[in-house]
Design a protein around this ligand. Sequence first.
Ligand code: NAD
Length: 509
Amino acid sequence: MTSAYVNPLRDDQDRRLPQIAGPCSVTIFGITGDLATRKLIPAIYDLANRGLLPPGFSLIGFARQDLDLDGFIKLAYEAAKSRARTPFREEVWKQLEAGIRFVRGDFSDDLAFAELARTIAAVDDERGTGGNHAFYLSIPPGFFPQVVGQLKEHGLAEVSDGSWRRVVIEKPFGHDLASAKELNKIVSDVFPRESVFRIDHYLGKETVQNILAFRFANGMFEPIWNSNYIDHVQITMAEDIGIGGRAGYFDGIGAARDVIQNHLLQLMALVAMEEPVSFNAYSLRIEKQKVLASARTPERIDLHTARAQYTAGWAGGEHVAGYLEEADIPATSTTETYAAIRLDVDTRRWAGVPFYLRAGKRLGRRVTEVAVVFKRAPHQPFTKTATEELGQNALVMRIQPDEGVTLRFGSKVPGTAMEIRDVNMDFAYGGSFVESSPEAYERLILDVLLGEPPLFPQHEEVELSWEILDPIIEKWSRSSKIDTYESGTWGPASADAMIARDGRTWRRP
Ligand code: NAD
């Protein structure tokens, strides 16, 4: 079986040195938006500063704001200077600035897209970008079809002479299975499969890629990575902030669609998958897909899921409003700001090992982690009191912040005849590596320009994820009642009850 993605030669490359992108441009739609100014422009600067962009690289901003080229350059300069990860150097900026172009217009404006087509032809002449152009849709998802349609209409998706055109789509990829399929149809009518890059920025994080290194480069973890030794897995994405200014986006979407469908299910797939034949996109996708296809949505959604909204409380030393009091949130909203779900993966490796996924806003602390909790030793040759304080062994992969890995196990308390308590053995990135981790968007944008697809989910994974979630969201939507939890706590009582039914408790990270 083959796929356009299989490229065996690339698997033999020396992957230690970063590759430099060939001649190309990136057009960012929604360039004045939150994501573009906070993450994308700074990441492009950082790539330039690391010498990973080609000399003739061109950044084209597309926005409807009342800006001209100088105004856009100023905006981009400020975004890069204030938010770049690497030191800001004027000479690097000057080089980048020479390739900046700007097109003003609405997504419905044919003239603006005609202008974009002329601009792109001009950068091929002036900058030597060779017909290689990426289009980054950093825009509200409702506009994806319109912009993709405009790209087609104006011939911007057409390639010639071995050049490439690629489209980058930000999550959310639909809001349920049907809309995800519809979106895929629209995009794949215009761009071939290998030219579509769906961003799940979690996959660009070093700590997420390290799950693969941790599992498959080492000899000592994989033998116990199964239901003989593992009791259950908890995947947590906790935020301490509320919805902030994103009411318009978040209300009606909720935590399950916002982060479980993509980030948390991708993390689950990486933790649960079998060893891939290689790390090319095709092999990785096959293994992740098998996990998602084997994941079973609970039959008793009422017993094995929980959803809730935060109420007023204390967070970070200040008193904060509840979800229903936030600006622009309707008083009748039942959108969940917290969601917890039990999934079972029906494979020999994972039979009987539940995966608990939870995500929430206004929780006790900002933390994303994967905790693999082990079964207790089959026999304890100690008195009962000696092991009273001993918990279950756990391996915790900290995705963010404090990136690292912790192993929790029991140890004798010094000075006692025999008392055993939990201790931690800790690996922190900062302590072992001098290099700082690139931002996820640096890696992902560079991969788009290089045409490297392994870190981008394919539409099959997106659709399988919606298949898992759709029945849960549908069941939730039938009730106008929603639980609550106080801001700054670790979620609703119903989530504690949900996991307690299985004889387990949530970790307090
Ligand atoms: P945003 O609302 O801040 O920015 C959207 C941009 O699109 C704005 O510049 C706006 O002017 C422009 N726009 C909207 N309608 C337009 C039209 N008709 N014509 C021309 N321009 C138009 O949104 P954002 O937060 O930057 O998010 C962009 C995308 O990235 C979304 O798909 C979002 O789901 C995704 N995303 C955002 C974040 C984040 O941290 N902000 C994180 C992950 C994913």
